[in-house]
Write a protein that binds this ligand. Structure first.
Ligand code: GDP
Ligand code: IMO
Ligand code: MG
Length: 422
């Protein structure tokens, strides 16, 4: 069976930390979508590491790591990432595998991302500008270049053809970034990519599954950024929900086992787009400070607000979450009251269903339930029974509302700052 771990909000729920913790129990960790827009933070011997394309199981010497076909790869950022972590992970090359069907992000994809965002003006998505959207557009538009192509003799020819197409597209924009300078590093990184273990990912996984190996699929972004079900068009360009695992790795739905869904005890979003429970006041500012809420990939301040149980229940439904993980609970230590959105008033009508159009936050008012704060540090607690009663009451309410049990509570950045419930 292949278990899945994914974010239930707008990303940055703490997936990196939890995968790093769970990796002990798995033989293979596989990324199934997204690309260098992701920033997964974990700590290795006290040192902070941010992974973008490489699966978060690399720091466990028994774990093999696959970058699946659903991922879009920028060879330059992948190289930079590998270089950074090799000192901490000397056997990286022997445990890293790349699907031949993963698509490549070209320098012109990044230029198109920047030009398209700039042209959107105030409606911009707040993309990480890593070339994600344009690369996935070429994938579904059937023009993309895949990792397997770099092994063919006419790769440069294919590259030139696609780049020329992009040059023509870029002509419609006013301020185009100088992307030519990115070509030489791109081709150098392609040479390095050629040296990696490039595999037929779906057969590779099938082989491991048949051998009884335990596999964990690691999601990037979050359910509310899913291209189909997120707050469209303020989303990323891939399927971030559990369904994305099947086409992002080439595994059948019948082989999916547990689905771990991660949520922060509050909520954040980075970039543009609707965020019904966003706090524009000093409480929002205090959450950002207490949670160090700054983007792991772009350094941008993250928007902060209360946990949104309406959006969460939607995400739990979409992915069939079997095990809930609540992170950053320690961040709420000093807050009272603590609030949770349990419904919205949309166009004057109360609803618990996530609405079709949330692009205009003004027409949507969250209905909150307030909980007393616990006003005591919980970061050092490792046993559920030792948690303050008000905290446990809050957890019980969340479980009941979502119809899913909490399996782990994270109360600090460290790998072992985790309360295991089931
Ligand atoms: P990801 O993209 O889902 O992997 O999450 P990020 O790494 O972008 O952001 C999560 C941030 O929260 C990182 O800086 C983590 O080190 C940190 N973090 C994760 N879990 C906890 C926790 O339980 N408590 C606190 N205080 N920080 C945490
Ligand atoms: P992890 O895996 C948070 C957001 C961007 C932007 C939108 C589209 O670390 O949770 P894109 O670059 O995909 O075109 O950006 O999605 N976004 C993320 N927000 N965490 C992420 O990944 C994100 N990846 C993309 O900020 O709003
Ligand atoms: Mg992140």
């Amino acid at each position: 069976m292949i278990d899945v771990l994914l974010g239930l909000q707008w990303g940055d729920e703490g997936k990196g930390k939890i995968v790093d913790y769970l990796a002990d129990k798995y033989d293979v960790i596989a990324r199934f979508q997204g690309g260098p827009n992701a920033g997964h933070t974990l700590y290795v011997n006290g040192e902070k590491v941010v992974l973008h394309t490489i699966p978060s199981g690399v720091f466990h010497s028994h774990c093999l790591n696959l970058i699946g076909n659903g991922v879009v790869i920028d060879p330059v950022t992948l190289q930079a990432e590998m270089k950074k972590i090799v000192p901490l992970c000397p056997d990286l090359l022997s445990r890293l595998y790349v699907s031949q069907k993963a698509h490549l992000i070209l320098p012109t994809h990044r230029a198109l991302d920047a030009a398209s965002e700039a042209a959107k003006g105030k409606d911009k998505i707040g993309s990480t500008l890593k070339g994600i959207g344009p690369a996935y557009m070429d994938k579904t538009g059937r023009n993309g270049l895949r990792v397997g192509d770099i092994l063919s003799k006419n790769f440069k020819e294919k590259y030139d053809k696609l780049t020329q197409k992009h040059i023509d597209m870029l002509k419609q924009y006013d301020n185009v970034v100088e992307w030519k300078q990115w070509e030489a590093p791109f081709f150098e990184a392609i040479e390095e990519l050629r040296k990696l273990q490039i595999v037929n990912g779906e057969y590779w996984l099938d082989m491991h599954l048949k051998a009884g190996k335990k596999i964990l699929a690691e999601g990037a972004q979050g359910s509310m950024l899913d291209v189909d079900f997120g707050t469209y068009p303020f989303v990323t360009s891939s399927n971030t929900i559990a369904a994305g695992v099947c086409n992002g790795l080439g595994v059948a739905p019948s082989r999916i086992g547990e689905v771990y869904g991660i949520t922060k005890a509050y909520c954040t979003r980075v970039g543009g787009g609707p965020f019904p429970t966003e706090l524009h006041d000093e409480t929002g500012e205090a959450l950002r400070k207490a949670g160090s809420e700054f983007g792991a990939t772009t350094g941008r301040p993250r928007r902060c607000g209360w946990i949104d149980l309406v959006a969460l229940r939607y995400a739990v439904m979409l992915s069939g979450v079997t095990k809930l993980i609540v992170t950053k609970t320690d961040v709420l230590d000093q807050f009272t009251p603590i609030k949770a959105a349990v419904a919205y008033i949309a166009d004057g009508i109360e609803t618990e269903e996530f609405p079709y159009d949330v692009t205009d936050d003004a027409s949507l008012t969250p209905v909150y339930k307030a909980f007393p704060g616990w006003d005591t540090p919980i970061a050092g607690i490792s046993d559920y029974d030792q948690l303050p009663q008000v905290f446990k009451d809050y957890c019980s309410f969340v479980e009941e509302y979502l119809g899913t049990k909490i399996a782990y509570i994270s109360n600090g950045t460290g790998r072992n700052q985790l309360i295991v419930i089931s």
